[in-house]
Design a protein around this ligand. Structure first.
Ligand code: ATP
Ligand code: MG
Length: 267
């Protein structure tokens, strides 16, 4: 079940062929929400084990179009997890200092350490997406980045990091509805920007950039999952399933006590 949306192999494909509708995979929202809540509870327990063990690392990368649901995913899926063991990083337009370095510099500094879970809200993938679509650097610069990213992620993998990458796939129609909802509700205005409307005009270019990026950077050590995300309840469930299956496979163990505590009496 958890592998349902995993991108296998590096073959060209079209995102328009991959569904944005979670409804197609799950007929009953109530059942999905029940399962999701159970998984979230389990995640809290297993994250504690990962932290207690203090050896392995888990990195979750979230990419999506604007209003694709990155924030909502973080809020829902990781709700209640011990904040000491999880770090969320949001990557915005790079600063002058960041631009003075290679594109992976700001990323590498914040990858999770031992026992930690890291969540990236946007990531190094922006450097082959927004940067490509808006010609921020020439192709001769961004094209080699696919391979540079693969090598970087291989390094992380070889040094004890499990990497899961999720593309939250929404339809153009759903994006419109979500923008409209933000416009209609003053308490959501802070989430809206004219820049988002501007970027929407480049939807097809973004899809082409996403397609090539997904195809070139899905690897055995850092796979992409294309999650149907028009229905938030399905998106949450599908992502939780993958994270939980992975953490169980990592099988973090509580460390054994350093001594024999059998005779210890607390007065
Ligand atoms: P929200 O969904 O709440 O709007 P956001 O992730 O869109 O959150 P913003 O501050 O609105 O956050 O936008 C961040 C912007 O930074 C995005 O438009 C993104 O494309 C841009 N960005 C991120 N990384 C890079 C990069 N390496 N080069 C250029 N632009 C980048
Ligand atoms: Mg934004």
């Amino acid at each position: 079940m958890s592998e349902l949306h995993k991108l296998e192999g590096k073959r060209p494909f079209s995102l328009t062929q991959l569904p944005t509708e979670g409804k197609l995979y799950h007929y009953d929202r109530d059942v999905a929400e029940e399962e999701f809540k159970a998984l979230r509870k389990e995640l809290r327990e297993w994250q504690t084990r990962l932290y207690a063990e203090g050896k392995q690392k888990l990195l979750v990368v979230l990419q999506a179009m604007d209003a694709g649901g990155k924030d909502g995913t973080i809020r829902s899926v990781f709700q209640g997890v011990n904040p000491q063991g999880v770090r969320v990083h949001s990557f915005k337009v790079p600063s002058k200092e960041e631009l003075d370095h290679d594109f992976l510099w700001r990323i590498h500094k914040v990858v999770p350490g031992k026992g930690m879970m890291g969540v990236f809200n946007r990531s190094h993938y922006e450097d082959v997406l927004v940067v490509r679509v808006h010609d921020i650097v020439p192709e001769a610069v961004w094209r080699p980045r696919y391979e540079q990213i693969n090598q970087f992620e291989k390094l992380l993998h070889d040094t004890g990091t499990r990497i899961l990458k999720f593309y939250l796939h929404i339809s153009k129609k759903e994006q419109k509805a979500r923008f409209q909802a933000r416009l209609d509700d003053p308490s959501k205005h802070w989430k809206f920007s004219l820049e988002d409307v501007e970027k929407r005009k480049y939807w097809d270019d973004y899809m082409a950039a996403y397609e090539e990026m997904l195809e070139k950077t899905t690897t055995p050590w850092a796979p992409w999952y294309v999650i149907p995300s028009d229905q938030k309840w399905y998106r949450n469930l599908a992502i939780s399933r993958v994270i939980m299956a992975t953490i169980k496979e990592m099988n973090p163990l509580y460390p054994s006590a350093e001594g024999d505590f059998g005779d210890v009496v607390i007065e």
